[in-house]
Design a protein around this ligand. Structure first.
Ligand SMILES: Nc1ncnc2c1ncn2[C@@H]1O[C@H](COP(=O)(O)OP(=O)(O)OP(=O)(O)O)[C@@H](O)[C@H]1O
Length: 338
């Protein structure tokens, strides 16, 4: 099943989206673009405004300003049902009284398809998420992961050129998340729709998205491919948020990012180990280095290199990045009183 393409533009284009709730500027001048067949992850900590952007795109939130185009069509002033987007929210919001098939064919029915055509489309979508065998069940008779897949099938069955997913894996346990991450990756590749995925989970973004837009306090602070943003974070805050362990404070408002790949063990200077903690995968140690305190996650094999008080390591200084240190004073989410 491939999604309908409407017009010739990208799947989604957002320009200058702004939304305030009283004094809180939840989204401030957000612009982004999702091409057909591309997945963009909107990634940021809780409360940074990700859902506000998604809801603004879906038409569920009245915007203060900004323009939203879906498949080249300006939908800024249209109600949600006229925007033609497929939505998947944290709580799947399935209709409890309808069967799986009824839930998934509901979208096409609402868009005017006759029952046989709507059901055929729903069955295609259910096959994509591997749920054909369960089409007669009610949502209450499904596991959490299965309900999640029904919600995805329902969004896919709309045939929309754009899917909006808000933390789609958040209610699932770790094993199911890993499984669905793989399934989603394959599904997105097959259907060819543009996907805007909201998540606070860096691993989810890196696993699923072609590009990521990192959000902080209502603003997008960096956009790029997942690999680019991880390898070259724009600021110390972005680096820390993405999970880099060694972002050392420096002078003049600058910080140093020491990527894991810059640290070679078993050669170079002997550094004093100041703390060590056994983890499920090995051990985390902190060592005193001339540049500052470095934290290293050692595998079970590497643990053998760390003697009781010393660890020999060398830094490849060419890989060390100097970044503006914006961690201490996050930009305010509150608007200046006018
Ligand atoms: N209806 C509302 N009324 C008042 N404030 C709101 C409303 N919706 C969101 N906010 C505020 O706007 C800011 C952004 O919220 P939003 O839900 O977009 O963040 P988020 O990044 O999606 O967070 P999370 O990851 O926790 O879902 C927060 O400070 C939030 O408290």
């Amino acid at each position: 099943m491939t999604q309908q393409s409407r017009g010739s533009g990208p799947a989604l284009q957002v320009q200058g989206l702004c939304k305030a709730f009283g004094p809180v500027q939840a989204a401030a001048d957000v612009s982004l673009c999702v091409q057909a067949g591309e997945t963009l992850a909107l990634l940021g900590p809780s409360g940074c405004g990700k859902s506000t952007v998604l809801r603004g795109v879906a038409g569920l939130e009245r915007l203060d300003s900004g323009r939203v185009e879906v498949g080249g069509r300006d939908v800024s002033s249209l109600p949600p049902e006229a925007r033609h987007v497929g939505l998947v929210f944290q709580d799947y919001a399935l209709f409890p009284h309808l069967s799986v098939l009824g839930n998934v064919s509901y979208g096409p029915r609402m868009r005017g398809a006759r029952r046989p055509a709507a059901q055929a489309r729903a069955r295609e979508a259910l096959a994509l998420v591997d749920l054909s065998a369960l089409e007669a069940r009610r949502p209450a008779q499904l596991s959490g992961g299965q309900q999640q897949r029904v919600a995805l099938a329902r969004a896919v069955a709309t045939g929309s050129p754009l899917l909006l997913l808000d933390e789609p894996l958040s209610n699932l346990d770790e094993r199911l998340r890993a499984q669905l991450r793989t399934d989603l990756h394959a599904l997105f590749a097959r259907i060819g729709a543009g996907v805007l995925l909201v998540t606070h989970d860096q691993r989810e973004a890196l696993a699923l998205a072609h590009r990521v837009a990192v959000m902080r306090a209502g603003r997008i602070v960096q956009q790029g491919t997942a690999a680019e943003v991880f390898a070259r974070p724009a600021t110390a805050w972005v680096a820390s948020f993405l999970g880099h362990t060694n972002v050392l404070g420096g002078q003049n408002g600058m910080a140093r990012l020491i990527p894991e790949s810059a640290i070679r063990l078993g050669q170079g200077d002997c550094c004093r180990v100041t703390a060590r903690q056994v983890t499920e995968l090995g051990e985390t140690v902190t060592v005193r280095h001339p540049l500052g305190a470095l934290t290293l996650h050692l595998s079970a094999r590497e643990r053998a290199l760390a003697q009781s008080h010393m660890l020999q390591l060398e830094l490849d200084l060419a890989q060390v990045l100097t970044l503006p240190d914006d961690r201490e004073s996050p930009p305010s989410v509150f608007r200046e009183p006018s």
